[in-house]
Design a binder for this molecule. Structure first.
Ligand SMILES: *Cc1c(COP(=O)(O)O)cnc(C)c1O
Ligand code: SF4
Length: 312
């Protein structure tokens, strides 16, 4: 059985590292590790429908629960594809009121679902939020350039990008794409990134460590280097969240630290993402994982890129 796919991804399925991000059949049965469907407790922090307020100065808005294709490892597996997540006008007004009443919130992160997959709804949200002067920074996460790069030239998307460009002219607007493997960097996806870069935005990328797909130094070095080469800044490399149903993708923590330390040794600073674990169980914070430079029991002792002891 396949997850929901786009014609573009369907054409990429001969690539094993793309295929296994979407394919269910042929994978080992899920082991029960006692995980829950919402380990980050987003539902607990949802202060209005679609509005997750977990950090004091920034909020996350789920425009919908819908995406062009469904990734097997999605942290929001519990919701993805459900039309009940679509924001209606009354929901958007509630969010607007909340943000006006909470001017300490200076940043909104449009997420979902994929905001570029429902460009009309996303534009309606932005049309309202752009008038709120306490919002100084905008962010939008999307995987549409990877799932359906050709869609970037659809009328709805180009209209939305024109609005993004307009807002980005006065206030920083960050677009966060989501690449998992260098095989996703095709001519089409690179063109899609180029189209996004035409706007007044900064393009960054997020990646999740996925067992059997990218848990290798060589693959991740290649991915981050090539993203950097096309003007995309790798932002976070996440340890996979402990979500019920994605157990098979979770890698060994010690091996991840080893890989990340080597990446830090070799990548340009700007090309090197921060490796984090999003606190499970209702904890707050994307915690940077200490790399191998430090003796965590004695932080005055560390080692440099060449493994030489350094006293701080
Ligand atoms: C990740 C996240 C943010 C943004 O965190 P940054 O560290 O600024 O990228 C904001 N709100 C929620 C609910 C998040 O999960
Ligand atoms: S595009 Fe993002 S939100 Fe949508 S299914 Fe994939 S990981 Fe989940």
């Amino acid at each position: 059985m396949l997850q929901k796919l786009t014609p573009y991804i369907r054409n990429q399925l001969s690539q094993p590292h793309i295929r296994s991000q979407y394919l269910l059949k042929g994978q080992p049965p899920q082991e029960d590790r006692g995980f829950t469907s919402d380990p980050l407790r987003e539902d607990m922090f949802e202060v209005r429908k679609g509005l997750v307020h977990k950090y004091e100065n920034r909020v996350l808005i789920k425009i919908s629960y819908r995406c062009a294709a469904h990734c097997r490892f999605c942290t929001r597996l519990r919701q993805i594809g459900n039309p009940a997540g679509d924001l209606r006008l009354a929901d958007i007004k509630n969010i607007e009121n909340y943000l006006r009443q909470n001017p300490q919130v200076s940043e909104v992160i449009l997420s979902g679902g994929d905001p570029l997959y429902t460009p009309g709804n996303t534009a309606s949200v932005l049309e309202r939020l752009k008038h709120i002067t306490s919002l100084r920074v905008f962010r939008m996460g999307t995987r549409l350039p990877i799932h359906s790069p050709g869609s970037l030239s659809n009328l709805g998307v180009t209209r939305l990008l024109t609005l993004v460009d307009q807002i980005g002219h006065d206030r920083p607007f960050y677009i966060l794409v989501h690449f998992e493997h260098p095989d996703e960097l095709t001519r089409e996806t690179r063109d899609a990134i180029k189209a996004i870069r035409e706007s007044h935005v900064t393009v960054m990328s997020q990646t999740v460590f996925l067992k059997g797909i990218n848990n290798s130094y060589k693959i991740l070095f290649d991915l981050f280097q090539r993203l950097y080469d096309i003007g995309v800044i790798p932002y976070y490399l996440y340890r996979c969240d402990y979500v019920k149903g994605v157990e098979q993708f979770i890698c060994d923590l010690e091996a991840e630290r080893q890989i990340m330390t080597k990446l830090r040794n070799t990548l340009s600073g700007i090309a090197c993402p921060t490796y984090v674990i999003d606190s499970p169980g209702g904890g707050v914070g994307k915690l940077p994982v200490p790399l191998k430079y430090w003796d965590v029991t004695n932080p005055t002792k560390c080692q440099d890129f060449k493994g030489t002891d350094v006293d701080i």
